[in-house]
Structures are given as structure tokens and as C-alpha cells.
Design a protein around this ligand. Sequence first.
Ligand code: B12
Length: 424
Amino acid sequence: MRVLLISINTEPIAMAPLPLGLNCVAVATRNAGHAVRMLDLMGGDDCPSLIREAVAASAPQVIGISVRNIDDQNRAQPRFLLETARTTIATCRALSAATIVVGGAGYSIFPEAALRYLRADFGICGDGEEAFPALLRALERGEPPGGIAGLWRPGALPQNGAAARSELAAQPLPDPALWTVPAGLRPEIWLPFQTRRGCPMDCSYCSTPAIEGAVIRQRPIAGVLQGIAAHVAAGFQHFYFVDSTFNLPPAYARELCAALGAAGLGIRWRCILYPGSVDADLVTKMAAAGCVEASLGFESGCPAMLRNFHKQFDLDQVRTAAALLRDHGIRRTGFLLLGGPGETRESIEESLVFADSLALDQLKLTTGIRIYPGTALERTARKEGVITPGDDLLLPRFYLARGLEGWIEPMLRDWMQERPWCTT
Ligand code: B12
């Protein structure tokens, strides 16, 4: 079939990420024998024209749309980003009679509500590499698309499980030729690369289990090296490992870093660490393999709050991780998530004192927590009446512990004024 795949994300917040998931789906679709064209709307001034040109050039029978962000997770001034997605889908409908399928990280958190809102024909919740070609096969043969894991249709529950989870080892690597980044910009870009999917850590507020599942699935190390080498050959030098917990499982992380170091590809990279399970051996290997920056999401400096978040590490482990990274010249960005269940003025002060003590290179503070379906935070919020029974949470809703409203933001602004390394 003729397939057009569109990444609709135009948001440069934090950084403008390349659509890695869509690239993986494109390669899997091409491998299944279909004609694929990929369009990334990031940076496009006139998106309707770009879509018009792509539709005219590819005459698609199916249009796949990648929905990464639902909102910007900003409690003070939330922006709902799905409106743009709905407009894009309406533009596609006006230009083409193609079947429209949505997928992506943001979509997978809200498979039913987002499908209804976006008015697409199908949604695929979870991994797209197997489910999307399976849907194309059914459409091509004119068969009812039953039995596909993660497939949602408007007004109907999925017939075969709520989410698609593929064995990562069996999935194709992203193709560097599908990126539209000009050669001159390639060395500067933080190219997203994924080595694992799934997170078993069960943090009380996190949406990753809904997107990727709670079981870690690993790409074989040889495949990771092959994928990175292909991108180096295409001119990329900076990599962003988008795995939610780069250091888990520890044995895989050590082996990966040792192999990356031995390969001598000369790359620089950053990653997201779970603050437990960071030891000297791992950090030494990370530094030797080219790691220059790590995100350390400890989220609180108060032991009771860490328990409330279901964190499986303590403050000493965070101190150890921060010190090891500093000693190996790896830049550290810390994260505080303030205002969760049980938060008080005292626990916030404890967190700020703790964060100061780490002398991080950067600290990102978030106030109020976006409530995602299926999480422990959602259950608490419902019990406390923070959200109404019928609320599907698609429009951003935030949890902020009682007693913090009106006080916390001005206090943090003052605190940050003397600390230029802190951002919100
Ligand atoms: C790494 C990451 C980042 C990095 C990105 C670095 C980079 N260079 O790419 C950083 C830290 C910069 C970042 C920033 C932000 N992020 Co972020 N990020 C992630 C994370 C952990 C992984 C995303 C990823 O790359 N996955 C790997 C690829 C391979 O997977 P995928 O894209 O999901 O694709 C698969 C499927 O979804 C599906 N699929 C994808 N597209 C399509 C299309 C079709 C048609 C089909 C069928 C299937 C399909 O198939 C793919 C392969 O199996 C996710 C959480 C998560 N676990 O997914 C959050 C996540 C996507 N981020 C989120 C958010 C909110 C943000 C920010 C807005 C936060 C902020 N305020 O700064 C910014 C926005 C950035 C931007 N400009 O768009 C939210 C989005 C949900 C929401 N509320 O909107 C998520 C889900 C985390 C969360 N809190 O729940 N992020």
C-alpha cells in the first residue's frame, strides 16, 4: 500500500526531538513491502502546505500520524497540544480519502479518549512496528482488522489486549536516511536512540508503563552498536538515549557502555538515570564510552515523599550518583517534582536544601504533577475528589497537595533568583 507517515509535533519545548518512533514504524512498514513516505512537521512554517505537498506526492491509501505530546505538563499555564493534532487530521481528511491511523507515546496513554477527540479511523496503543503493518495487511486484503494487539477503533474496545508490545530484539533499527536534518546540522543534534523499552519501577505518577509496559525489553547490544555506527556514518555525533532508565538492568547497562567504549566511535551522549543502581564501575564505563550528561530524576529530597512516589532508592544513593558523575566529568541535571500527595512546606524545604547540597550543574523544578490514567496518583486524586468521576484526564489535570496553592510558586521564584542553574 501507499503510506504517508506524519510526525505532527511542532513543539520546540526543552528541545526539538526527531520522531524516532515514527522512523522505526516507517522502516517496519517498508520491510513489510509498502511504499512509505515520512513527513516531520517540526520547524515547518506552513504545515498545511507541507501536508498538501506530501499527499500530492504520495497519494496515500493510509496516513499514519504520530502523536507524541498531549500537553506541555505545565500546571501554571497548561497548553493542550492535541488541538493542533486534530486540525492536522482534519487537513488530511480534506485532502485525501486515506484511512487515518494514530499512534505514539502521547496517544498510547489515552487510546480511547484521544481517538475520540482526534476523529481518526484507528489508533494503535503501544509499539507500532508489528501492529501497524498488521493493520495494513488487513486493510489491503479487505479483511476486518481483528486480533491485532493494541488496535483501537472509535466506540469499540480492543479485541486483543489494550497495548502492543513487540520483542525489541526482533524490531528493525531506525534508518538514518529517513531524517531530513541537513548534513551541516547533524553533528550538533542530540539524536534520539533507544536501547530498551519498558520500566518496572512503578513510580506513582508515571505514564511509561502505559506506553512501554512494565517489563524491560532490550535490544541486543550488537544491534545497538550497528544502529549507532550507521548514524555516525551519516554524520551524527551526539546521541540521546531515550530509555526511561538507562542504568537498568545494571548488567545490560555495563555491557552496553563497555561495548560502546570499545567500539571507539567517538560519540558524545546523554541519558536518563534511575538514581538507585549507579555505581563507580558503571559511571567509569559511561564516561569512557562518551557520556557527557545525565538526568537524575530524584524528584524529592524528603524520604517520606520518596516513599509516597514509590521510589526504590534513598538519599544516600542519590548523593553517591551525583558525586560519581561529577568526579567523572559528567554534567548532571537534577529534577524535583514538588506538590505530590503528602507534600508540605517542610518537605519542600527539605528537598531544596538537599538539592542545593548536591551542587548540580542544572536543576529543573516542576510544581504540581500531571495526573495520568491508571497510576497510583490517579487513584489518590480520585479518592480526594481532585478529579471528577467522569474525567478521562485527556485535558491536563494536575495534583497539588493542599496548603501549597498560592504560596509555592512565588517562594520558588525567590529561591531560584539566587540560583541561575535552576529552571522550571
Ligand atoms: C526521552 C523523552 C524526552 C526527551 C527527548 C529527547 C530526544 N532527543 O528525543 C526530552 C527530555 C527532551 C523530552 C522532552 C519533553 N517531553 Co518527553 N519523553 C521522553 C520519553 C521518556 C521517551 C520518548 C521516546 O523517544 N521514545 C522512543 C520511541 C521509539 O518510542 P515512541 O515515540 O513512543 O514510538 C513508538 C510508539 O509510540 C509507536 N508510534 C509512534 N508513532 C507512531 C505513529 C503511528 C501511526 C503508529 C501506528 C505508531 C506509532 O511506535 C513506536 C515504535 O514502537 C517519553 C516517555 C515514554 N516512555 O515514551 C516522554 C514523553 C513523550 N514526554 C512527554 C512530555 C510532556 C515532554 C515535554 C513537553 C516536557 C517538558 N515540558 O519539557 C517535552 C517536549 C519535547 C518536545 N519538544 O516535543 C510526555 C508526553 C505526554 C504528554 N503529557 O503530553 C511523555 C509521554 C512522558 C510523560 N510525562 O508522560 N522528552
